[in-house]
Write a protein that binds this ligand. Structure first.
Ligand code: WTA
Length: 630
């Protein structure tokens, strides 16, 4: 980057940071990528193992159905595990795990390879084949990683459902993916209590017909229902003669699906984003390596959940592809006390911490004394993801947690992008609240309604102009929706659904979603999911959900409900409806408030105008009301 002075509050990388960087600097990469984009990705891909090399790096002949590394053969799990068996990493720790109740497990690359192979053989013995979909529903335990890897190893497509989701959310995802197999844990520890995952799954299974078998991982050991002939214990199967410790990785085409992951979009049901073995692998490998400068001395902790894209890319695949040691923690950040995280950073010597602004704000509330009790000097880099980070939380994270010496990688990306898109690298000057600029070689822009780039510091729609290896390939079973949702507003450009502005230094600032997606505590939820859960209660006739600013959660869910004729609103009903949403979608979707109303603002075509509700709740001008029906 040029030496031009940057505007606003800027944190320049220290001499020490620059001196210690193991990987590459931003400028070198940027130069390589801008000179030869395909060559840049092809060089990175060459660092990985391929059973057969690609013919073309990018095939754009059927845009927007891009293909990457065409006709190549690989398997992401071969690159996550097998390649390390040939090196010293065989005996290096791959995964360190701490349970909320203090349980501990650690896996060397050798052990993780063995467990994955064994479980892959279990899956095969149950008739799971290449292309089959397998749903995984667990808390943050090592078996979720093993289950994902075992599926991918044999070419099955995993569909992980976040353990914080509940009955209807799980049911919908099971049904849409036509999974024949569900892998579930008996329970999960959360804040000292047991979340009864198996009984939630049992209820979801009553609604879902496709599932033939359920594999149950014993985590909490409490009494659960095991249905004869359908349900089997993981630990019993892993001890069977067929659970051999060798299972060859299936040779996958680059473009063969690796996983699907449901996420919320504009209106309607959650959709399954499809990612593939080849391009996704190259994208997450490179971004984690360069952005977090990951290397063999690191102990890296991404505190997200494996059930979301952050966990897929940067707890499971990215770290293993890089041969890193990564840490996984089961429970709540402040259990039993608000120093839990800081205690574990000290105990395990964590060098890189990657988390979400909501967690930082939540822990910041407890004051500086809690982190102050611990030696956090092992940390060298910090990261943030999921929503814009407010400068106040940024500064606290930087000075109190990072001791003023750790650059913060504020990474903007999405389930759909699979990998970091707007992100600094440790050598880049930082501005609190900005993810700086797009990753080398990736071109992004901010457009107005007509598709013209906006001026500096003006707000507009954030778009991506170049294809990237880990990009979404389609929406599972819905190519039309893929084209319509992402590529139709500005043909040729990928529409992110976010609004943003760019400052005079070319730094991007994300403002927020412009569609019906809410980011609540960093979790992505659709207003439609919350609304349909409300309407599924027999007291409710219509419902609308909006997000309003919240100090810790970023956004909190506010809902407006029209009751059925003859039903009276009451405090009890309100509580019942909140619990109903919790039971159907999950605790994260429970509305902060429910207001009973007589009518909802709608367009003449009957669409709820959420922006009008939002403006009213915030006491703001609702803007153009010409399409309002009433
Ligand atoms: C938001 C999460 C600001 C954004 C990886 C995006 C962010 C949505 C950031 C995707 C960030 C993610 N700064 N906003 N660093 N990272 N977002 O699919 O609105 O769960 O569109 O993926 O999160 O959420 P998703």
């Amino acid at each position: 980057m040029s030496d031009k002075k940057l505007s606003g509050e800027v944190f320049y990388p220290s001499e020490n940071t620059l001196k210690d960087l193991r990987v590459k600097k931003w400028d070198d990469l940027q130069k390589a990528a801008s000179e030869d984009y395909e060559g840049f990705w092809s060089n990175i891909a060459s660092e990985l193992h391929w059973f057969r090399k690609w013919k073309k790096v990018i095939d754009d002949s059927k845009k927007p159905f891009y293909k990457w590394f065409t006709e190549a053969k690989t398997n992401i799990v071969y690159n996550c595990l097998d390649v390390h068996m040939e090196t010293f990493r065989k005996n290096k720790l791959a995964l360190i795990w701490e349970g909320e109740n203090g349980d501990f497990k650690a896996f060397s690359y050798y052990a993780l390879h063995r467990e994955t192979n064994k479980f892959a053989n279990v899956l095969k013995s149950m008739g799971v084949r290449k292309g089959d979909r397998v749903t995984i529903y667990m808390g943050r335990v090592p078996e979720i990683v093993i289950a994902m890897l075992a599926c991918a190893r044999i070419g099955a497509i995993h569909s992980v459902v976040y353990g914080g989701f509940s009955v209807e959310a799980l049911h919908e995802r099971l049904e849409d993916s036509h999974s024949k197999l569900l892998i579930v844990a008996d329970g999960a520890y959360q804040r000292g209590k047991i979340v009864n995952l198996k009984s939630i799954a049992d209820e979801a299974l009553q609604r879902a017909a496709s599932v033939e078998h359920v594999l149950v991982v014993k985590r909490t050991g409490h009494e659960i229902n095991m249905e004869f002939g359908r349900d089997m214990w993981y630990h019993e199967l892993m001890n069977m003669p067929f659970a051999k410790s060798k299972c060859e990785a299936e040779e996958m085409d680059s473009e063969d699906p690796l996983f699907m992951l449901y996420t919320s979009g504009t209106t309607g049901k959650p959709k399954a984003i499809l990612h593939t073995h080849g391009g996704y692998m190259v994208g997450v490998y490179a971004t984690l390596r360069y952005v977090f400068d990951i290397n063999d001395e690191d102990r890296y902790w991404c505190a997200a959940d494996p059930g979301w894209i952050t966990g897929h890319s940067y707890i499971v695949y990215g770290p293993l592809l890089n041969g890193a040691t990564s840490f996984l923690y089961e429970g709540a950040p402040n259990f039993p006390y608000p120093n839990r995280w800081w205690q574990m950073i000290e105990k395990y010597g964590i060098t890189i911490l990657y988390t979400a602004p909501t967690a930082i704000r939540g822990l910041m509330r407890f004051g500086d004394a809690w982190p102050g009790r611990h030696d956090l000097s092992s940390l060298r880099l910090l990261g943030s993801v999921g929503e814009p980070i407010n400068p106040e939380a940024w500064r606290w994270y930087h000075s109190v947690i990072g001791g003023g010496r750790c650059p913060i990688m504020d990474t903007w990306w999405q389930t759909e992008t699979g990998m970091f898109m707007i992100t600094p690298m440790p050598s880049v000057p930082l501005k609190p609240g900005s993810g700086t600029r797009p990753f080398p070689g990736i071109e992004m822009d901010i457009l107005d309604e007509e598709g013209k780039p906006v001026k500096d510091n003006e707000e507009g729609f954030l778009v991506i102009k170049t294809p990237w290896p880990a990009m979404i390939r389609t929406i599972y079973n819905d190519d039309d929706r893929y084209v319509e949702q992402y590529w139709s507003k500005y043909p040729g450009y990928y529409l992110t659904g976010d609004s943003a502005r760019r400052d005079e230094d070319g730094y991007f600032w994300i403002i927020g979603r412009v569609d019906d997606v809410l980011k609540v505590s960093g979790y992505r939820l659709g207003t439609a999911e919350i609304e349909s859960a409300l309407v599924s209660h027999n007291a409710v006739s219509e419902a609308a959900a909006i997000g309003l600013p919240h100090d810790v959660k970023g956004n909190a869910i506010y809902t407006y409900v029209i009751l059925r004729a003859g039903v009276q609103g009451s405090k009890e009903l309100m509580e019942e409806l909140r619990n109903h949403v919790g039971h159907e979608v999950g605790p994260i979707a429970k509305p902060e408030s429910i207001e009973f109303v007589e009518s909802l603002p709608k367009t003449r075509s009957g669409k709820i105008m959420r922006r009008v509700l939002k403006a009213k709740a915030l006491g703001e001008d609702p803007g153009n009301l010409s399409t309002l029906e009433d």
